[in-house]
Design a protein around this ligand. Sequence first.
Ligand SMILES: [Zn+2]
Length: 421
Amino acid sequence: MPIARHTALFLLTTAVATTARAQELVPGFAAARPDSTVKSLVDRLDLPRYKATVLGLTQFGDRRQGTARNRAAVDWIEAQLKSYGCTNTERVHYEYAGRQIRPPVVDTLAAGRGNAGRGGAAGAAGAGGQRGRGGLTNPPKYGRGPTGVNMKPELQPDTALQRINAEPDTPGPREEVFCTKIGTTHPDEMYIVGGHMDGHGFGAAANDDGSGTALVMVLARVLNSPDVTTERSIRFVLWNNEETGLNGAHAYVDQRKDLQGKESPAGSGKYPEPKWLGMIQHDMMMWDHGMPGPDGKVSPDQRREADVNVEFAGTSKFADQAAKLAWFFRNANDKYATDYPAAVGDRMSNTDSDPFKDLAPAISLRENERLAQTGSGWNPTWHQPIDVFSTFSDQDFRLGLNAAQTTLGAIAHLTGATIRK
Ligand SMILES: [Zn+2]
C-alpha cells in the first residue's frame, strides 16, 4: 500500500539541505544537479524489473559459497552486468579454507539463538549490548522470535530446490565480480555500491541477499545506460562469502586498499582502484513486518510503518562522515522514494561494509535494524527454507525498490550524474 507523505514544503527544505550536504560531503562538487535529472534516473527503476532480477538470482538456489551453484550465479551476474553496459567486469580472487556444511549436521534452530555461519561475528540477538525491543522483562518475553541458520536440507519442501541446493561447500579458491562506471572528471574517486550474492539455509536466498544483489544490479543497469554520465566513478560489487564472515569483502579490502587513487600505468588516466569516497552495502531489503507477537510469530503482512534502515557504525574511525552520508541518504529517500521512508541508526553491523568502516565512510541499507530487530527474530525467513521468491508480496518487493530509489537518488547527486539529451 503506497503511503503518500510528500508535502511541497518538505520537498523545498530537503532540496536546500541536500545541496548543502552534497557540497560538504564531496569536495569539488560544484553544484547539485537539477533534481529533475536525478528524478528522471530514479524513474527508470520499476517493480517488475526488480522482481525479475531477484527471481533470476533464485534459479541458483541458496547460492552457498564454495559450490557450483554459487559459481554459476557469479557467471550469471557478470553476464547481466555486461548486458547493462557495465562491460569492464573484473573478479577478485581469494581462498576460503573453512566449511559451512560439515557432518554431523547440527540444527542451530533447535540449539537456540545462534548465528552459525557468520564466522564468529557478533550476531546473537542483543549483540553489541543492545536490548531487544518490546519487552520489559529480562529475558524479554515479547518482541523476540527464533533466529538461526537452517542446516537441514530436507526441510525444503520444494524437491526441485532441494536438488539445486544439494551440493555442500568445498574449501578452495573463490571469486566475486564487480564492474565500474568510470567518472568523466574524477575517475580517480568512487562510491562503492554493494550487496552479497551468497546465501545459505536451503531456501533460494531471495531476501538474504537476492534483494540487495538485485538492487545493485538494477542500479548498475540505470547508471550504465549509454546516455548517462557521472563525474565520479561508481563501482558495483557483488560480494561472495558474506555468510562465512565477510571473507569476500575482507579479501577486497586487503588486496586493494593501498591501490586507492593511484594511476596505473602512469600517465594512462586509468585508476584501477579509485579512492573510496563511500561504501554503501545492501543486505536484506524487503521484509519489515514488525516485531514478533507474544507467541513468537511475525505478521504475514508488510507493516504500514515499514521503512528503509540506513545504518553507520557510531564507533568507527569515519563515524562522523559516515553519519553525514547516512543523513544524506535519508534526504535522498525523502525526495525520491515513492512509498516508504528511511530511518538512520548508528549500529551498522554484520555485513560487508564492516571491513571498510575504518578506511572510508561506510553505511548499510536494510529492511530492519540489524542488531535490535533482525537479531531479535523480526524476519522469520532469515536463513530459512522459506527465503524463496514466492514468500514475498509486492509490498515486500516494493520496500526493496524504495531502497533502490534511495541509493540511486543519493549516488546520482554525489557523483554528478547527467543525462545526455
Ligand atoms: Zn545477508
